[in-house]
Ligand binder design. Structure first.
Ligand SMILES: *Cc1c(COP(=O)(O)O)cnc(C)c1O
Length: 416
């Protein structure tokens, strides 16, 4: 019996689908200890948008550590944090005319979400929050309360309250006008809906099944919120950092949310780091009112700043992501077309793509077939029915084509 089976809790999950032991990672590849290479179309669930161990980021990290610079610093000022904040301001915020202050909420995506929800409630004095069907915002209690998945919600063990789900884009397959229910309930004093402090939304629902909201839908949501002074929180933990093309996934819609949650790929290197960006006038925190031991992981600041300088000072990566995303979408549509009998659906935007199967069992089989062929990809959606493709944005054309080939073969093998 392996030490994992013997000692590690049943709660482990990814390791079940990929029962090997990894000991090397480079670019788009993970290697098992026996040397078997795996093309990584999972990319740390979106935490490795720039691939594994990018050499430029690695050098910055090695130099930082070699000079005995500060590793842990709570929220003290460090050179690493100054450098990161300057890069964020100069490379991301100012060119986009975005005005945010930065909260460092603790190292994970759920921390960023908890900070946003807490602040929205503090600012407005209201406790209700609107979330969307099939949303995923993290596993802590506040974040779970705005998450859709019943299995994940069930783990809370206490009632998850103060959140009301509304239909996400296409929840009724277009048979009702967008926001019909939400606006009716907001405006009807008999609806029973508590006045919301905020709406929290993903522009593309990653865990929820790669559901991409239309840009028009996002703009309309922004309008609905503005009209009624409801704060709009975009959870860009998975779809930010270039996953859909632009750095922020909401840029294509032309909206400016009141708060933005970032984590996963923000450090650029797979190191823990998260940010909650807030409109400056919402910055009503008292010093220390929101806190945490790991809010200043300087090695993550170093690679994060280097990642901004490496990938976001021109539009090379953004263009490549859009083009590669189109290519993946085309192949997935071809596969869906070939199996029209099964009702497969190609989904997504940018390099967040998915192929929906009739059930989770089939999607699992496709992922298992891909693993046998040397490729990692996971499932998502309420019943795990969507095969989810989240390759590093930096993958080469050859790697992309190799991956597409493996997916085609895996679908054939799984449906045989
Ligand atoms: C992964 C994810 C989270 C939670 O991040 P953790 O680091 O796992 O806490 C929150 N929101 C979205 C959209 C995510 O994809």
């Amino acid at each position: 019996m392996s030490i994992f089976d013997k000692l590690e809790s049943q709660v482990r999950s990814y390791s079940r689908g990929w029962p090997v032991v990894f000991n090397k990672a480079q670019g788009s590849w993970l290697y098992a200890e026996d040397g078997t290479p795996y093309l990584d179309f999972f990319a740390g669930a979106g935490a490795l948008n720039y691939g594994h161990n990018n050499p430029v980021l690695k050098q910055a990290l090695l130099d930082y550590i070699a000079s005995d610079n500060v590793v842990h610093s709570l929220d003290m000022h460090t050179v690493a944090k100054r450098d990161f904040l300057q890069a964020l301001d100069e490379i991301l915020l100012r060119p986009r005319d975005l005005h945010y202050k930065v909260t460092f909420p603790g190292p994970g995506g759920a921390n960023a979400v908890e900070a946003a929800l807490k602040l929205a409630r503090k600012v407005t004095g209201k406790e209700a929050v609107i979330n969307f069907t099939n949303a995923f915002h993290g596993m802590t209690l506040g974040a779970l309360s705005v998450t859709g998945n019943s299995m994940k919600r069930g783990g809370a063990g206490i009632p998850l309250v103060h959140a009301t789900p509304m239909p996400y884009d296409q929840y009724f397959d277009g048979s009702y006008p967008d926001f019909l229910m939400f606006e009716r309930m907001l405006d009807d004093s008999g609806s029973g809906l508590n006045e919301p402090a905020a709406v929290i939304v993903e522009t593309v629902q990653g865990e929820g099944g790669i559901n991409a909201a239309a840009l028009d839908w996002l703009r309309k949501l922004d309008e609905v919120c503005k009209k009624r002074e409801i704060l709009l929180i975009v959870d860009d933990v998975q779809m930010g950092c270039g996953r859909t093309g632009p750095f922020f996934s909401f840029e294509d819609a032309g909206i400016k949310p009141d708060m933005v949650c970032l984590s996963k790929s923000i450090s650029g290197y797979g190191l823990p780091m998260a940010l909650t960006l807030i409109r400056p006038d919402l910055d009503v925190w008292a010093p220390g009112e929101h806190n945490g031991t790991f809010r200043g992981i300087s090695p993550a600041f170093v690679t994060a700043a280097e990642a901004l300088r490496t990938f976001w000072t021109d539009d090379t990566l953004e263009k490549a992501t859009r083009a590669n995303g189109e290519r993946i979408g085309t192949v997935l549509s071809e596969i869906a077309g070939e199996r029209g009998d099964l009702g497969l659906v190609a989904k997504g935007r940018g390099m967040a793509r998915g192929l929906e199967f009739p059930d989770g069992e089939t999607a699992d089989k496709v992922c298992a077939a891909a693993f046998e062929r040397g490729m990692l990809m996971e499932t998502s959606g309420p019943d795990g029915e969507v095969v989810k493709l989240l390759p590093p944005l930096t993958l080469t054309d050859a790697e992309l084509e190799q991956g597409m080939g493996i997916i085609k073969e895996s679908v054939v093998a799984a449906l045989r």
